[in-house]
Design a protein around this ligand. Structure first.
Ligand code: 5GP
Length: 120
């Protein structure tokens, strides 16, 4: 398990395009790219381009209301773009017990197969 150090993450390099990623959707505030270790046929990460303290969803404050809405809406656009009309899942892992490994808020958009509940 990894912990929140508040330091830079690999996603800073992806946002800066210093590390290549397969971008699915991008606007002024949000970047969505394919997960390097996909857990489903479609597995896209949706992140804010500016972290602004959002190492995880547990750090959300009222000033983040707008970006939180934009992230969720971008996840919907990704699902549409990826043809997930039959269904999909949006996940936020938080903290060590939540299996979070990168401390820059991200939504996982998973689809293209039957999901199981509550895990897998
Ligand atoms: P978490 O475990 O924090 O919820 O999710 C982090 C995700 O980032 C993991 O699913 C992991 O595969 C993905 N990831 C980590 N490093 C990279 C990378 O360099 N590029 C991409 N595209 N995904 C990454």
């Amino acid at each position: 398990a990894t912990a929140d150090t508040g330091g830079p993450t690999i996603f800073d390099k992806i946002i800066a395009k210093e590390i290549p990623s397969s971008i699915v959707y991008e606007d002024e505030k949000v970047l969505a790219f394919r997960d390097i270790n996909p857990q489903a046929p479609v597995h896209v990460l949706v992140i804010p381009k500016v972290r602004d303290g959002l190492t995880g969803i547990d750090k959300a404050e009222p000033r983040h209301f707008e970006i939180l809405g934009q992230l969720l809406y971008a996840a919907k656009l990704v699902a549409e773009k990826e043809g997930l009309a039959k269904g999909f899942r949006i996940v936020i892992n938080n903290g060590p017990e939540g299996c979070q490994s990168v401390y820059h808020l991200h939504l996982h958009v998973l689809g293209g197969r039957q999901m199981a509940w509550p895990a897998g």
